[in-house]
Design a protein around this ligand. Sequence first.
Ligand code: GLN
Length: 484
Amino acid sequence: MGLYNYTIHQLQELIAGKEVTAKELLDSFLENIENVEEEVKAYITITEGEARSRIEQGLQGKLAGIPIAVKDNISTEGIKTTCASRILEDYVPPFDATVIRRLKEEGAVIIGKNNLDEFAMGSSTENSAFFPTRNPRNTDYVPGGSSGGSAAAVAAGEAAGALGSDTGGSVRQPASFCGIVGLKPTYGSISRYGLAAFASSLDQIGIFSRDVEDTAILLNVLTGYDPLDSTSAKLQHPDYTDFLKDELEGMKIALPEEYFSVDMDPEVRECVITAVRKLEEAGAEIEEVRLSGLKYALAAYYIISSAEASSNLARYDGVRYGYRFSNARGINEMYEKSRKEFGDEVKRRILFGTYVLSSGKYEDYYLKAQKARKQLTEEIQNLFREYHLLVSPATPTTAFKLGAVKDPFEMDQTGIFTVAANLSGIPAISIPCGVDSRNLPVGIQIMGPHFQEGRLIQAAYSLENILGFKDPGYCGRYCHEQKL
Ligand code: GLN
C-alpha cells in the first residue's frame, strides 16, 4: 500500500521514527495525484513548488511533513484562491487564513487547493465555474458538495487530510458520499478569518480525514481563540485525542423521529438503523424523540443563507473586489458586465436573498425564518438537557450520478439532515457506516451540544471500531466493484 493511503496518525509515527522523510511522503502523494487526478479532478491548483520549498526549509511540529489539501475558498498567501468562480479566477491573496497559519506552524504541507461549488453554493461540486469533481468510489457519481474537491482528495489518497467549509452540510455531505469522516465543529471554535464569506451566521471551517483519530489530531491544531475573527470563542479547548476511547456505556442518544420519517432512500435508513442498534449493543441508551422544528429547517436555511449571501457577495462589484469588465461605457455597464461572471446558482441565491430582505417581504420570509431558527435551536438545546447526543443519517440518499439532479430544489434536499447543526451552531460529524447495493458509502451523523466535540469524537471513535469500516483508499475507476 502506498504511503498516500495511510492515515495521519500512521504517517506521524513513520515520520517520528525516521522511517520516511517528508520528501518521500510528498513524492508518494504527488505520484498518486499524477495517476488519479485526471479522472477525479479534486484540485484547482496543485502547489508542488511551494510544498517542495517548505520541505527544504525543514519542518517541525505535530503535523511535520503531512500533506493537507484546502478548499479553494480559504485564503492562502501567494496562492490563487478562486472560490471556483470566474469572478476570482486570478485572485492571489496577500495573506493566510488563520487555519492555514496554524497548519503551517505545526509543519503541515499544503499540497493544493480543492474544487468546490462556486462560493460554496451547491451539493455536488457541479457548480464549479471550472470543471466538476468526480467521486473516487465510482467516478460516474458526484462527490457531493460544496467541498467535493476536498472530500475527493482525501478519499482518493491525494491528501492525508483536508479543510472544507460547512454552511449547511458542505463538509458532512461530501464526506458521507465519499466514505470518509467529516466534522463541522461548533460555530466559533475554529477561526474563520480568511474564509470567503457565504452566510456568516452559518459558515464554519470543517475537517476531512480518513478516520476519527485524524479528526481529533487536526481539531487540536485548528481550534482556539482568534482575535481576527469576532465570532471566535474565548475558550480553552481540551486535548481532543483524550476522547479517543472505546466507551459508550451510559451514553444517552436521542433519535429524532423526523430524521427517519422523511422521504429517503430505504437502504440509507436501514444502514443507519443497523449502526444505531450496534451502538445500543455496545452500551448506549437509545430513545426516539420528537424534533418538530426540523420540518422548517431547510426552508429557514435557504432563506437565511441566501439573505446573508446577497449581502456578502455585494462586494464583488468590479470595483472593490473581483473581476472588472474594463471596456464599459459608464459605471452601470461596468457593474452589469462584471457581475455577469457569477454562475447561475450564485445569481439565483443573490436574487432570492435580495427578495426575502426587500421591504414588504422581509416579515413574511426573513423574519419567519429567524423565528423558525430560534425555535429549532431551543428545541435542540432542550434535548441536550436529557441526552448526550443526537444521531441521524447524514444525507437522505447516497451519491447520485453526475448530471442526474438538475432541479436546484431537488439538489437542496440533500441538506435536509445537515442544516439543523448550522442553524443552531452545534457540532456534527459524519462517519461512514456501510455501503448501499451499488457499493456507494452511507454516512451516519452524530450531533452534540455546543463545544462538546470531545463527546462526538468519543462516540464516533467507538462506532468506527464497532463497525470496523475502514477506508480502503483509492482503487481506480472500478473502485465500486471492490467491496468496502
Ligand atoms: N448544499 C448547501 C447549499 O447549497 C450547503 C452549502 C454549504 O454548506 N456550503 O447551500
